[in-house]
Design a protein around this ligand. Sequence first.
Ligand code: UN1
Length: 508
Amino acid sequence: MKSILKKFNLETPYYSVSTGETCWEGNGDTFKINSPVDGLEIGHVQGGTISDFDNVMNQSKEAFKIWRTIPAPQRGEIVRQFGEALRQNKEDLGALVSYEMGKSLQEGYGEVQEMIDICDFAVGLSRQLYGLQMHSERPGHRMMEQWHPLGVVGIISAFNFPVAVWAWNTALAWICGNVCVWKPSEKTPFTALACQQIIKKVLLDNDLPEGISNLIIGGRDIGQEMASHPDIALVSATGSTRMGKSVAETVARRLGKSILELGGNNAIIVTENADLKHAIPSIVFGAVGTAGQRCTSTRRLIIHKSQYDNLVNQLVKAYEQLHIGNPLDESNHVGPLIDTQAVEEYKNTIQKAIEQGGKVLAGNKVLAGEQYLSGCYVKPTIIEANVNMTIVKHETFAPILYVMTYTNFTEAIKIQNSVPQGLSSSIFTLNIRESEEFLSYSGSDCGIANVNIGTSGAEIGGAFGGEKETGGGRESGSDAWKAYMRRQTCTVNYGKEAHLAQGIVFNF
Ligand code: UN1
């Protein structure tokens, strides 16, 4: 790992603030980073202060004046080069993600692949960014809409996807003509510093100014400053619902724009018509992948009573086969949680579930011993639950899966929708009536609704985000780019007469 850190110029002192070529160490809070993999210290990062943030803002505002003049397809070319640089660094960056965050190496590579994919998507989009043209009611008039950049976009990202979520936002924001200021999770600063090194080289190679890609490591104070800063046109925040509410309130007070991608409490409905051969691997990956720390992780299983015993028995057997350990060792399926505080939350949640009538069917164990010295490894857990348990409505970022039964299909959808969050959902069925009802207006109330695949692992081509307490924002594919631009409706009179709309006559 030392050689990877060195490759990304990550050596002490760690420059926690960067506007591109210029990087400096902040005087703010110190963040001591220990890998959840082996508990060893990666390093100490001294975060930025509000005054560092102001310097970053000044640079970014200057850079915006230049960046917005570069035609969108040329901005796309910069993003193309960034994607190429990511391809070259995929293995090292993926391994660093795995070591700093704890997800399996395969998932670390997958995360970098998501960054590459969004770059490809953004490059194509840079020749589109279509506006509509509409017919004017007035003779000799033309009406159209066009899209302009917003300005400075603030990105607040979470530890669980420490680099991909930034890339979804920044790649789109850049081709749209914006400059970005990124505050990554203070739990995963090193992967962020590595990304800034990668983009810094691309920007330098193209003689672009400071301030297009900015990074500031910091805690809540920096996040709040971002939310309240009048010169940040859009704040895109990913993380807990608690954090999102606070950001949303602050941004709304100044009538700014925000994209919120917050908690999920994702369910899979398994009907009596499900093909369990497909359902089981999807459920297990959804529930234990990234040690249950994806926003899209499967947290609830709603199973038709005819399938319940068989499916649950098979799941318990599958859980027994899981290898838990160092995520850099590819024979392991499940790595650690991010830190020991997350382990406490895992334990407390299971305790509460038991108190509320839940029955543990698998797991419920914090692992100890030489392989697990960081104290962050836990056994993925299955709990037999019922809808009335309040804990089931709560998102715990850990591999805890609640299993429940239903008897009629309408009831299954009602259970699926009975939580405050609305990110991802799935159904396993070979019956078209069930799958179509699930996808209809009276079906799943989530931003993502899948049939015969799991809740996690969304592709970048679709818009990503969810409803209710998930925050309502959309990132990544489809037309999510529109949130990063301002729409302007233009009416042009090319005729020889002046006309008022709505047929109003105004003579003098
Ligand atoms: C997240 O957990 O914040 O759909 C993002 C998925 C990934 C992204 C998850 N593509 O699971």
